[in-house]
Ligand binder design. Structure first.
Ligand SMILES: Cc1ncc(COP(=O)(O)O)c(C=O)c1O
Length: 391
């Protein structure tokens, strides 16, 4: 063979017998071969164990899918390229024109936009209610055109905690499919509930380093089988190199999640005792409205704290700009602590009544706690309070 052909058909080192790499290799390959056409045809019946083309399935991505299903106490999952893609997949895989979806005003803003703008183009209607309006939720779920309920807990950005058992009970009673965006609570939470589909943005706590994006739909084998053909056809697959980085991030998932939460709890308590702060929202605080439900439903309360400053918008923005360690950026679950003005980021699609129902004020600030030393975080906030409020 000529050398330039050898460069294309490169020699491989095949490991012998039980000689294995400790870390799984990244299968950075689009195509997988079989010794014969007949063997290749057989592979179509052995999904998950044999591979043909990476848009259909890839061993590295498959390792991640099975790991995520296990963490979330379900049977299977499909990984896609972002959290939003996972929400799209769960919607399109289960809805048709004429169906209606119930969602909450307190939901993640791009999810609201998907429902009230994009899905309407396909004849899929939606109804938005406040997560606290239980009577209307009950009535709406009993309407025959309502086929799906999507919700989060805690909600973004106001950390509201719905009664999941009640929601799931009502949905099941009316044969309504439940989708729970469990990104904020994490893969270790809420597995005990009979949720039909969990969706996660793997961009946050799962990958944990703020350097990759990913999403997952996690469910029973039967449900995953149902939506898999759409996922393959849609082509919103996760790249194997990204799947590898998420698997690597997951090795420290529990350590990181504990630290995010410890920092959040300490910061929530610190803020509660500041005269410049009107109200703190964190479900791990005993006097938080969601505490009793969160205590019953969750193993831990997450790394996000939201609070109202006792001032106008300009002063709140000055406070944010004055922070040095907290970076002004959206997202959560990265090693760096982040801060954003909630009104600016989350109310663009709301009218005045909806803003008021959402509880977001001009001075509402969302902190996503990172992994830094708590003393440094408290020092940074204290300095900003002094600089802005003691003028
Ligand atoms: C609750 C929630 N769901 C979904 C997403 C979307 O995730 P991604 O940015 O990976 O698409 C986010 C992102 O912040 C989120 O907070």
């Amino acid at each position: 063979m000529k050398k330039n052909t050898k460069l294309i058909h490169q020699k491989r080192i095949e490991l012998l017998n039980e000689n294995k790499s400790l870390i799984s290799p990244i299968y950075q390959s689009v195509k997988f071969s079989f010794p014969s056409i007949e063997e290749g045809l057989k592979a179509e019946d052995t999904y998950g164990n044999q591979f043909e083309y990476s848009r259909v399935s890839n061993p590295t991505v498959r390792e991640l899918e099975l790991m995520l299903a296990d963490l979330q106490d379900k049977e299977d999952s499909i990984c896609v390229s972002s959290g939003m893609a996972s929400i799209w997949l769960s919607m399109l895989g289960n809805l048709k024109s004429g169906d209606c979806v119930l969602y909450f005003l307190e939901s993640y803003q791009p999810t609201r936009v998907m429902l009230k703008k994009f899905l309407r183009n396909f004849g899929i209607e939606s109804i938005a209610l406040s997560i606290r309006d239980f009577d209307s939720i009950k009535n709406t779920l009993s309407r025959k055109e309502v086929k799906m309920l999507i919700f989060e807990s805690p909600t973004n950005p106001m950390l509201q905690i719905p009664d999941i058992e009640k929601l799931v009970f009502l949905a099941k009673e009316n044969s309504v499919i439940t989708i729970m965006d469990n990104t904020w609570a994490g893969l270790h939470n809420h597995g005990q509930f009979g949720i039909d589909y969990f969706i996660h943005s793997l961009t946050k706590y799962a990958s944990g380093h703020g350097d990759v994006m990913g999403g997952a739909v996690i469910s029973s084998s039967k449900n995953i089988k149902k939506i898999k053909p759409l996922a393959v056809n849609m082509g919103s697959i996760l790249d194997p190199a990204t799947a590898y980085l998420i698997m690597r991030g997951l090795k420290t998932y529990h350590l990181r999640v504990d630290r995010h939460e410890t920092n959040a709890f300490k910061i929530a308590n610190f803020l509660k005792n500041r005269s410049e702060v009107k109200k703190v929202f964190y479900p791990g605080l005993e006097d938080d409205d969601g505490y009793n439900l969160a205590k019953k439903q969750m193993k831990s309360y997450g790394g996000v704290v939201t609070f109202h400053l006792d001032c106008n918008k300009d002063k709140a923005w000055n406070f944010i700009n004055s922070l040095k360690l907290f970076t002004t950026a959206s997202s959560l679950g990265s090693p760096e602590s982040l801060v954003i003005p909630a009104h600016l980021f989350f109310t663009k699609d709301f009218n005045k009544k909806e803003i008021s129902l959402s509880g977001i004020q001009d001075s509402t600030i969302r902190l996503s706690l990172g992994l830094e030393d708590i003393d440094d975080l408290i020092f940074d906030l204290s300095e900003a309070f002094d600089r802005i409020f003691k003028l």
